[in-house]
Design a protein around this ligand. Sequence first.
Ligand code: ADP
Ligand code: MG
Length: 719
Amino acid sequence: MAHLRFKALDLANNRSKIKVESQGKISDYFASDVFGLKQMQELLSPDVFKKVKKAIDEGLKIDDDTADAVASAAKSWAISKGATHFTHWFQPLTGSTAEKHDTFFDAHAGIEKFKGTALVQQEPDASSFPNGGIRSTFEARGYTAWDPSSPMFIYGVTLCIPTVFVAYTGEALDNKAPLLKAVEAVDKAATQVCQLFDKKVTRVKASLGCEQEYFVIDKALFASRPDLVMAGRTVFGHNPARGQQLDDHYFGSIPPRIYDFMKDFETSALKLGIPVSTRHNEVAPSQFEVAPVFEDINVATDHNQLLMDVMSKVAERHRLKVLFHEKPFAGLNGSGKHNNWSLITNTGVNLFQPSSSARENLLFLTFLVTTIKAVHDNAELLRASIASAGNDHRLGANEAPPAIMSVFLGSQLNSVLDELEKNGNIKVEKGDNMYMKLGIDKIPPIILDNTDRNRTSPFAFTGNKFEFRAVGSTDNPATPMTILNAIVADQLNDFYSAVQKEMKKGTDKRLAIVGVLRKYIKDSKNVRFEGDGYSEEWVKEAKKRGLANVKDTPRALDAYLSEKSRKLFAKLNILNEIELEARNEIQWENYIMKVQIESRVMGDLVQNHIIPTAVAYQNKLIQNAKGLKEVGVNNKQVVSTIESISKHIEILHTEIENMTEERKRINKIEDTRKKAIAYCDDVKGKYFEKIRYSVDKLELVVDDEDWPLVKYREMLFLR
Ligand code: ADP
Ligand code: MG
């Protein structure tokens, strides 16, 4: 196979430049492929437009006549832009997006048609989407339903309609439906709390900005590595002499080939209305980041999923491959998808924005402290929301947030909370300046001091928003965002009731609020951590504090099914028992499949490529040693290399065989959870490191000319 490696390298090193046309001013083409409010306003009658806008703003149902009018306008617009087909675009539990295209053309009538009914609802033949046993496959009845709050767009020659995917029995079969419910719950809960401060607040929207990290390598090199093709990550590969220790890649000048690729995919993204705004090199070689400006959570989530697809497709044109895996290369940084999250009122107030007015800061503190308390009380559920086989390689590994959920605030805010906790006993008399007495008049309006950023915290306050940094780079942000908004909604409801209770006793409103906040601050203190989240000391300290540190996905997922979580989801009507159990079932299955694939790829590579190569090289050395002996030279070096190769070949033979036997045993386990745990502990845990160690050692000794797999240094330093 070595010849394949060299052929791939040859291809990769001799690519001709792909021309990327300049598109001119962004404002001239931004969202040109989107059927948004602007297009609707232009194409719909004022009456119909008003109805649609109201339905979108208030999350109402759209009636049949209005749907017909929208469908007709969308069809004409799409056809005028070259579209021939339409599809309901949805996010099944497989983790990517799904589409089934239908033509506008009605062959009987000989014209293009698109009815409101086809816009509103479709029944994809969805029997093979994972459903965790909710729908038996012989009765594969699920439907997709239009989500008017996320605009339609043209992708290729197809009008894509964002939809939710639901079983006929009502259960959600996708990632979007629960997100919409969680966003609604947080809207209600936050609005209620805001009204304690300002009656003009009638809606609160959750916002999301996703920083997306990714690796890029040449397509030929990707194709020559079966592990990358099958599992998305390299299961073998020795660290290059130069990894990321120089930190010279981070924010450095972007390699020209990648720069062309970035410009190209950004243009496509911008046309689709995805407001991509920043691009830069990340820490590891060949690692980069793209981030759009934040948007309404639902739209931001759709945009993230679409962006990943756009990037993969545009990469193809550049003969590149984007790796979204959380840890494609051992020993180098992994990739995350930092979820920047905030809550913004209809009056334009970001509830996580400190203010220069002490009075408004009580509102800010209310949301800040309530969020911390929510994270504290539901840390394990939040951890579960980012659990995946890929993210297991990242959480707790090199340069990545640990699996312990903690909150970083920065020293200024920390001392404000400490003071509030302490000053709580101080009596506030009539005529006193309460804010001064409690020490909450001192919050500066801008807490964006960059030196006070903590890049090792999984959940960091960054001046006017929280950044959930532990989310994996492949994850659909809908899942962590569903959980985050749900737990915060629940905590806000709890806060509101507690304040009401105090007020009924005759306590002044502001003092009642402060009272509850103080209690929350005390109760959630353990989750606050300002130090180095990657350090060993933190792991020990967190253990002392009683914080959970669930390192693997199969066990992390248990948090979804705890009594507390079930109650939370039921109370807020986000996921019912059947949905919860089905989702876990799917996630465990998914985990099993991922580890199984990796294990098989390892077996294949070792047996068909690594061992034969090592044996051939060993034979060469044996010939060499024999020859040396004949002329009277006894070369110890050669002999010891032969011994070392023998040792590793022996280990590989045995371990691969044992691992295969172990898989056979585990595959018979019926219970999905137990099976997932067995794959985690007894396949991945017992064998992966050991096998990799020997393969990587062989890579170091076998003649470079013979080695079958493209090496890290060859993949990672593309210009
Ligand atoms: P950094 O790498 O310093 O964390 P970036 O500029 O790369 O920052 O990304 C920050 C992300 O946070 C962007 O997507 C940005 O739009 C988003 N963001 C900024 N303000 C808010 C907010 N109030 N709510 C949600 N996201 C926000
Ligand atoms: Mg960043």
